[in-house]
Ligand binder design. Structure first.
Ligand code: NOJ
Length: 727
């Protein structure tokens, strides 16, 4: 039996919207639109990057939005030209990539996701918004909601990782935070961009409608429901259709099904790039396709401003489509209050306020993931430690990718911060992450004789992750692994801190240290946060938002995959154990790699603490549920260790039999639970049965009746399953 959750509410909303009297904003838009020439309308659809010619273009009404200009004086000059010198005085929309902070850099979005703390992420976004708005920015191209299951793809740094639920929760938090700070958001990249073939940026994807609906759409839908004002198309083609020219995506789904009334902007020249895709013959053709697909604003292809008027005259684009696009743009400008106050106060720039630094530090604290600890951490304060590694004192690198407006001289590095807590001997070992020289390693080794313990800061320079920065090997670059093993050979306790933009393959490095703390580039306050964690003033609580691989060859690997017909048994024979001249079927024929086995290095949701936790008494309020019910999941969580600490408890489910195969586990709830040493708390998660719905074989969004399993645990690989039924 199927319990359908009808799309009725969507139709009803659309129907009501159609019948309701126009609100004031819509009337104002109508009024303005009525006065605009086609040239002026097209001008609104043009988004240009900063430059001196902007003032002139703005005065002619040929620019609707700018990006990459953050100087309040320059912004006001362009704005003045648009408002005071152009015929209709329509203000400019100023946009910028404010991705993980503006001046105060917060940890990378992937690090923010590792906090599993949406409230803190919301707060961080509100602070980033406040700083950006004070410089005149009104729209950020964030949050990036691309599901990322392949760490070779450099842009995993910019999103919330591999899980649709976590992605949606974090995206919603960011949208709310930006809104609070007066900044409009742009959900991107619509859609599937993170599934790029081979992890090579910009590459093709082959995602079915069901995969899009079950995995890639939910975060966009949630962010739009939370009030995201704009959406950016993605660079990739899916099944041969570039997103920027995909009418099904941009009109049928986004407008007709979801009722989005915001603005759709291309990615940088993604309209023009449809020529290279082999989808458009020239820029005029690309423009025709993009606009007819449902794009409202062109970022930097110059195609709209050059060809729309001609295309309308030729009947290839209807003027009504242009009117709709301009409506979407003007609506945003009205909603942002730009018509009332287009200017920014040049004397009120807000940066690095104490609450911003505090929130950035808290986020860095909560985002660090303890991957291993043989008792090396925390280090006792006041000891003599050797600090080494290319990331120990790299203020620019620790800000991470998209730190356009962050300033390295405001960054506190671990070296700075550790000096307040330890007697520090500093010997960098390597001067940057790709450094292959060995002279420095010898010096560091020599210096270690004076130290009681060693902390090695390794990872990636900021340039190694982010847009266009894909890698085919995910091992530490340069001689960083050699530096770690040289330190291990001293026999002193070694703690490794990794600061990177992606989950690297660090298996061999783990063997050479007693403890490893993984911190995705932690931003301005990363040094202070890491120092507090290393000395035990704070206790790690971050969890992996992506699966950590043993080798890059395992990618893509993610916890919420479907089962094969031949799941692994845990007894697979690995390469070194295969007998000579083994028979073809003698290894058992299950799904695994002969060299790296079946599983990852660390599963999704994994992270240790200086304390330890025990889950017990998992109960459900019933064993059978109907469609409208809410499942009450209760459990006890005990802090069995010696530190007051926070655990991220995670609830997973599996739908055992479906009309299409369902993932082996899916995250449905999580919570950060803080317990004093020895304390036990009873915790309840509420899960409405409706949240078990998925797009089934008939492409209906439905909860299918049948048996489910449910786990509550500290990561996606642990926990005892309970069963329940949906009837
Ligand atoms: C290209 C990137 O893909 C996108 O995420 C970004 O917002 C734009 N450039 C603007 O910088």
């Amino acid at each position: 039996m199927k319990i359908s959750i009808p799309l009725f509410s969507v139709f009803l909303a659309a129907l009501l919207a159609g019948c309701s009297p126009k609100d004031d904003t819509e009337k104002k838009i109508d009024g303005l639109l009525g006065k605009m020439t086609l040239h002026e309308k097209v001008g609104q659809m043009n988004q240009l990057s900063g430059g001196e010619w902007l003032v002139e273009s703005a005065a002619k009404g040929e620019v609707g939005s700018i990006l990459n200009c953050v100087d309040p004086k320059e912004i006001n000059a362009v704005q003045r030209a648009a408002v005071e010198d152009s015929r209709l005085g329509i203000p400019i929309l100023v946009s910028r990539d404010v991705i993980h902070g503006f001046r105060t850099m917060f940890p990378l979005p992937i690090g923010q996701a590792a906090t599993f703390d949406p409230e803190l992420v919301r707060k961080g976004a509100a602070i980033a918004a406040r700083e950006a708005v004070s410089s005149g920015v009104k729209l950020t191209f964030s949050p990036m909601l691309d599901i990322a299951r392949d760490p070779r793809w450099g842009r995993v740094a910019e999103g919330s990782g591999e899980d649709p639920y976590l992605d949606a929760i974090m995206g919603e938090a960011m949208v709310k935070g930006y809104k609070e700070g007066g900044l409009a958001s742009c959900v991107k990249h619509f859609v599937g961009y993170g599934a790029a073939e081979g992890g090579r940026d910009y590459n093709s994807t082959l995602l079915t409608e069901r995969a899009l609906r079950n995995v890639y759409f939910p975060a966009f839908k949630k962010a739009i429901n939370a009030g995201a004002e704009t959406l950016m198309t993605s660079f990739n083609d899916n099944d041969g259709i570039p997103s920027t020219g995909n009418k099904w995506l941009l009109t049928d789904i986004l407008r007709d099904e979801w009722g989005f009334d915001g603005m759709v902007v291309t990615d940088w020249n993604s309209s023009g790039e449809m020529i290279a895709h082999g989808f458009a013959s020239d820029l005029k053709h690309a423009t025709e396709i993009s606009v007819n697909a449902g794009v409202d604003m062109d970022m930097m292809s110059y195609g709209f401003i050059s060809f729309i008027e001609e295309l309308v005259k030729e009947g290839k684009i209807k003027e009504s489509r242009i009117d709709d696009a301009v409506r979407n743009i003007l609506r945003l400008k009205f909603r942002l209050g730009l018509f009332d106050n287009p200017y920014v106060d040049e004397t009120a720039v807000d940066a690095y306020a104490p609450d911003a630094l505090e929130a950035a530090k808290q986020t860095a604290l909560e985002s660090a993931i303890l991957l291993k600890n043989d008792g090396v951490l925390p280090l006792k304060k006041g000891r003599t430690i050797l600090v080494t590694g290319p990331l120990a004192d790299a203020p620019y690198e620790q800000m991470g990718t998209w730190a356009f407006d962050g300033e390295a001289d405001h960054t506190v590095t671990p070296l700075d911060a550790l000096k307040d807590k330890f007697n520090v001997i500093y010997e960098p070992g390597l001067s940057y992450s790709r450094d292959n020289s060995t002279a420095g390693i010898l010096k560091a080794r020599a210096a270690s004789s004076r130290a009681e313990a060693i902390v090695v800061f390794v990872g990636e320079e900021a340039i190694l992750s982010g847009e266009a920065h894909s890698l085919s090997s995910l091992n530490l670059q340069g001689a960083q692994s050699e530096l770690i093993s040289a330190m291990a050979s001293t026999g002193k306790p070694v703690a490794v801190v990794v600061m990177a933009g992606r989950p690297l393959t660090i298996e061999r490095d783990l063997e050479n240290c007693g403890a490893m703390l993984y911190s995705f580039h932690p931003g301005t306050m990363g040094g202070e946060a890491l120092a507090e964690l290393l000395c035990g003033e704070a206790v790690p609580s971050g969890k992996t938002p992506m699966t950590f691989l043993r080798t890059a060859g395992q990618a893509p690997m993610y916890y919420n995959h479907n089962n094969t017909g031949r799941p692994n048994t845990g007894t697979e024979t690995l390469l070194e154990d295969i007998p000579i001249a083994a028979g073809q079927t003698s290894l058992g024929c299950t799904s695994y790699y002969l060299d790296s086995g079946y599983g990852p290095l660390f599963p999704f949701g994994y992270g240790l603490s200086y304390s330890s936790f025990e889950y017990s008494n998992l109960t459900l309020d019933k064993s059978k549920y109907s469609a409208g019910d809410t499942i009450m999941v209760g459990f006890d969580l005990e802090n069995t260790g010696e530190y007051d600490a926070t655990e991220v408890a995670q609830l997973y489910v599996r739908d055992l039999v479906g009309s299409v195969a369902r993932p082996v586990k899916e995250l449905k709830r999580f919570g950060r639970i803080t317990l004093k040493a020895g304390e036990t708390k009873h915790v309840t998660f509420e899960l409405p049965v409706s949240e078990l719905a998925f797009w089934n074989a008939d492409m209906e969004f439905t909860v299918e009746a049948g048996e489910f399993q449910l786990w509550v645990a500290g990561n996606s690989a642990e926990g005892e399953a309970l069963s329940f039924n949906v009837i």
